[in-house]
Design a protein around this ligand. Structure first.
Ligand SMILES: Nc1ncnc2c1ncn2[C@@H]1O[C@H](COP(=O)(O)OP(=O)(O)O)[C@@H](O)[C@H]1O
Ligand SMILES: N[C@@H](CCC(=O)OP(=O)(O)O)C(=O)O
Length: 380
């Protein structure tokens, strides 16, 4: 019997297995005077406590441009793209070093991951980023993610790290995205300009009225609340809840995971598995077709298993690893769609074979399955 998943609420925080924490520029920098080392040490202590409690944490940290400006002796934020990229390149080193030193106090390793839009929209790179990040967290390493500012151009920029945080939450199927900023959460008006503004403690991520109250950011940060609300909507696609909270609240992360109602909670309208499958089914172009034998059709439909090469008769199309392919039965009826682990040529070479033979045939093995069940949607 399939269990019915509940749509998550604040309880997702106390039961979380994997959490993405985003720390914004507004918090990380001392009024633009470089990184706030003490504050960073405090968040690292909290993340280390979560790791000790068995929660996997991926950090998305801004601050490269601000740190680079200080190291280069620049007092004003440059306006030219090349200078911003130069500042980010210098500052990213400072950022990495700062995190590494603080995590070392807890005997934790960090890894620097710089991502661009292409890395998450190109299917092959998406799967590669996903397996590298999952491997790192599985090894107990805390990945520190930022946008690869030095190589991005305006058209493909995330710009704000809120969006990047949400996409990382989708990528890793984190249950929770915590966005730490310089305000207690989302208010019904920008509290910097309206002293009477009050905190919204809970809402639905897709509620259009939230976008209306969320304004732009301060001079250091970029997106303001508007990008945070949008990030919550993106995170909800894979069923994650988002909390927007103040990074200045003492022990904010531990208190949130402990169940305390801090900040603004924005909830998805679907449970994680249903949300992810809907997202997979909806967004991708189909690049090829796999014809399954009757045994494979039965296990896909019956038990939601992964698709192994042994149950595939034919592979048509010119797809690469990470592309979406359609699975049909021998009569051509549509059975499932999913992200394929092998490109068309290699897939054709392993059809009908036991997974244990993949390495012998191809000289490498990416995965034992042709499509992993997490990346597969059975069509009804
Ligand atoms: N409705 C709102 N509630 C809270 N803050 C808001 C709202 N609208 C706009 N803001 C502004 O968003 C800022 C936080 O965003 P930003 O400066 O981009 O920070 P970060 O660098 O952490 O992403 C707040 O300082 C606040 O002035
Ligand atoms: N990638 C940039 C950060 C972008 C940024 O400031 O984002 P945000 O913290 O969301 O306002 C940097 O490291 O300077």
């Amino acid at each position: 019997m399939h269990s019915v998943e509940r749509v998550p609420g604040r309880d997702a925080l106390s039961g979380a297995r994997r959490v993405v924490v985003k720390i914004g520029s507004a918090l990380l920098t001392n009024d633009g005077r470089g990184l706030d080392d003490d504050a960073i040490g405090g968040w690292v202590d909290q993340i280390a406590a979560l790791r000790k409690a068995g929660v996997e944490v991926v950090l998305v940290s801004s601050g490269a441009v601000a740190a680079g400006m200080v190291r280069l002796g620049w007092s004003a934020r440059p306006t030219s793209v090349h200078e911003l990229q130069a500042a980010a390149a210098v500052g990213q080193n400072v950022l990495t070093e700062t995190y590494e030193n603080h995590f070392a106090r807890h005997d934790l390793l960090t890894a620097q991951i710089l991502l661009t839009h292409d890395d998450l929209s190109n299917r092959k790179r998406y799967l590669n980023a996903r397996s590298a990040l999952s491997t790192l967290v599985g090894l107990g390493v805390v990945p520190v993610v930022n946008e690869n500012d030095t190589v991005v151009t305006d058209e493909i920029r995330f710009g704000d790290n809120d969006t990047l945080g949400a996409l990382v939450a989708n990528l890793l199927e984190a249950e929770v995205l915590v966005i730490l900023t310089d305000q207690e959460g989302l208010f019904d008006a920008d509290p910097r300009h309206n002293a009477a503004a009050s905190l919204i403690s809970e809402g639905r991520a897709d509620d259009p009225s939230l976008a209306a109250v969320a304004g732009g950011g301060g001079s250091l940060g970029r997106g303001g609340m508007a990008t945070k609300v949008r990030a919550a909507r993106l995170a909800a696609r894979s069923g994650a809840v988002t909390v927007i909270a103040s990074g200045r609240q003492p022990s904010v992360l531990e208190r949130l995971v402990g169940g305390e109602a801090l900040g603004t909670l924005l909830t998805p309208d679907r449970a994680p598995i249903a949300a992810r499958k809907r997202w997979l089914a909806g967004q991708l172009q189909v690049r090829g077709t796999l014809t399954l034998d009757s045994g494979a059709v039965r296990v896909l439909r019956g038990s939601g298993s992964s698709l192994l090469p042994v149950g595939v008769r034919k592979a048509e199309g010119d797809f690469v690893r990470g592309d979406m392919v359609l699975c049909v039965d021998e009569q051509g009826e549509r059975i499932a769609k999913g992200l394929v682990n092998y490109g068309a040529d290699d897939a054709r070479r392993i059809l009908g074979q036991a997974s244990g033979r993949i390495a012998d045939i191809l000289g490498y093995m990416e995965a034992p399955e042709l499509i992993h069940r997490d990346n597969l949607v059975v069509l009804s």
